[in-house]
Design a protein around this ligand. Structure first.
Ligand code: GLC
Ligand code: CA
Length: 577
């Protein structure tokens, strides 16, 4: 093959890529779109501990995931985000890393990892890894060295406050049993900082040596061929290291005081220069700061920091007492409009830190579980932004239903229980609250079939399987053309087949309607209309769009609504003139 031919082919492929979006659109249309694979991807999140156990020890593992790659492929998703699989004492299920270049024993070996990556790539699936570098485990060699003496070369890898100076100004810890982020260590008569559990000391990003260690770790994985990084809790990485006292009332605006401080953007630009720009990898930050400006500073392409971020405001809306649909619409609409011209966000309503999608945002009663799961999935797959979809939600898996604290495993839930007990609080009320919102709700084993332990393990699962696996499981849903699982596949395909759903302009309609969510997506002369009923009663919506000539692309009822009156939890996507 000669060089000219290769150049010609490259040009042809480039032109195809640039124009393929126009094929399905009307001639003469000219909306310009900046196409990127990570914008067009549907991300499927796999929680390795709970996905599939291969060796019967009750803990999901890499070989287990390998055995289910054909299932993942069958979903039509193109990217897997894997929660941390690095060596870890598991205080926080892998978010406390003791060796960033090795695999957690529970999960397998580096050979298993290489086989997993190969298996994904051979199926056309990309792999995004969690990068947990706001903190390490206290069992990481760096921390062991750091705490051993005040003069250790690793001392400055973490944040220490010598006790002669008195107690440092209060910092809130998200996971500590006393909520106190400073932990006294008698060995060197000093306090170290931990925003999360006391086994998760915060790393000092002001130290260039630490930063270079992290870039080395990132290159190690990027050289293996992984396709992206999810930066865990990274908005907290840069701090005001003079540690001033915060003004009264600061708790109301947590991120403003704890996150996006100091030289965060400088670090990200350096990371981009040193690592991200050298590989074909995507990057996503957990958290989008405190304001839209913060969000843009993280993701605007001309700043060379990250590709996208996820904002929490949407997922935070659901409360035990319910949530307002108008509020949900407002939040998603305002984030969309802030990023309409520039920048890119992710779309999600569930992950491993949240309760189950259908239990929290839908209705998990037998009557409405399937309908409301499909409705929520339709929403996630028809918004602008990259959808992140959590494993098990494609089956409509529900909250765990735990009633005693013994069933819980999550460090945050358990430490807070202990704290509530210490302060003499109302424990039954706390149990009720966590039944709705504990992170363990989303972490029960994946329900593969109706055999013992839902086919997740032949041993004793590390956390109880939801007893409803007999009815809710993948095997049963495979056989049912109308299942949530098969609907998920169809709606993913709809998104993949229609660039208008990825890039198209989003317009909210019937904004004040308290029951329904209606919007259009438009690109190059095509216009899709999405109608969603978020309630368990029929509801009508006034969009001003004539549905007589509308073509139904997908819906969760056999006979989709054609007059704007939606059945309970109905979802329909139309192509309109
Ligand atoms: C992120 C993770 C969460 C973890 C925390 C500390 O929020 O998603 O699971 O506990 O960071 O690493
Ligand atoms: Ca196992």
């Amino acid at each position: 093959m000669n060089v000219l031919y290769i150049r010609f082919m490259a040009l042809a492929i480039f032109m195809l890529g640039a124009f393929s979006g126009y094929a399905q659109n009307k001639p003469g249309a000219t909306d310009t779109i900046d196409r990127k694979w990570w914008k067009e991807a549907v991300v499927y999140q796999v929680y390795p501990r709970s996905f599939k156990d291969n060796n019967g020890d009750g803990i999901g593992d890499l070989k287990g995931i390998i055995s289910k790659l054909d299932y993942i492929k069958s979903l039509g998703v193109d990217v897997v985000w894997l929660n941390p699989i690095y060596s870890s004492p598991n205080d926080d299920n892998g978010y406390d890393v003791s060796d960033y270049r090795n695999i957690m024993k529970d999960f397998g070996t580096m050979d298993d990892f290489d086989a997993l990556l190969k298996g994904m790539h051979s199926r056309g699936i990309k792999l995004v890894m969690d990068l947990v570098v706001n903190h390490s485990s206290d069992e990481h060699e760096w921390f062991k060295q750091s705490r051993s003496s005040r003069t250790s070369p690793y001392r400055e890898y973490y944040h220490w406050w010598n006790a002669e100076k008195g107690k440092p100004a209060y910092r809130y810890s998200l996971f500590d049993v006393n909520h106190d982020a400073w932990r006294y260590d008698s060995l060197t008569n000093a306090y170290y900082l931990h925003y999360f559990s006391r086994k998760q000391p915060d790393l000092n990003w002001e130290n260039p040596k630490l930063r270079n260690e992290v870039y080395g770790i990132m290159k190690f994985w990027a050289d293996k061929g992984i396709d992206g990084f999810r930066l865990d809790a990274f908005q907290f990485a840069a701090k005001d290291t003079t540690f001033p006292a915060f003004p009264k009332g600061y708790e109301k605006n947590f991120t403003q005081y704890y996150g996006v401080q100091g030289n965060l953007h400088g670090y990200l630009q350096e990371m981009n220069r040193e690592v991200l720009s050298k590989y074909n990898v995507m990057s996503v930050a957990e958290g989008a700061g405190n304001t839209f400006e913060d969000g843009h500073n993280l993701v605007d392409a001309d700043r060379n920091e990250l590709n996208m971020a996820y904002a929490f405001e949407g997922v935070d809306i659901a409360k035990p007492e319910g949530y307002s649909i108008t509020h949900l619409k407002q939040v998603f609409t305002k984030w969309d409009s802030a990023f309409a011209a520039k920048g890119w966000l992710s779309i999600f309503l569930a992950n491993h830190d949240q309760a189950r999608l259908v239990s929290r945002f839908g209705n998990d009663s037998p009557e409405f579980r399937a309908l409301s799961s499909k409705m929520l999935t339709t929403f996630l797959m028809t918004m602008r932004g990259t959808p992140y979809y959590y494993n098990g939600d494609e089956l409509g898996m529900t909250n765990a239903g735990f009633t005693t604290i013994e069933d819980y495993r999550d460090v945050q839930t358990l430490n807070e229980y202990q704290r509530q007990k210490n302060i003499g609080a109302d424990l039954p009320a706390y149990l009720k609250r966590i039944a709705f919102e504990s992170r363990d709700n989303g972490r029960t084993p994946f329900q593969w079939n109706n055999t013992a332990n839902a086919g997740f393990t032949t041993g004793t699962p590390w956390i109880k399987v939801n007893p409803n696996y007999k009815n809710i499981n993948a095997a049963a849903q495979e056989k049912d053309a109308n299942s949530i699982l098969n609907y998920f596949r169809r709606v993913v395909k709809l998104r993949k087949d229609n660039l208008v759903l990825v890039y198209g302009k989003y317009t909210l309609l019937d904004a004040q309607n308290p029951d329904t969510y209606a919007y259009t997506r438009e690109l190059n002369g095509r216009k899709l209309l999405v109608l969603l009923n978020f309630t368990n009663k029929a509801a009508s919506t006034q969009t001003g769009i004539d549905l007589n000539n509308a073509n139904v692309l997908i819906g969760n009822y056999q006979k989709p609504s054609k007059n704007g009156t939606l059945l309970p939890y109905e979802a329909v996507v139309y192509e309109v003139k």
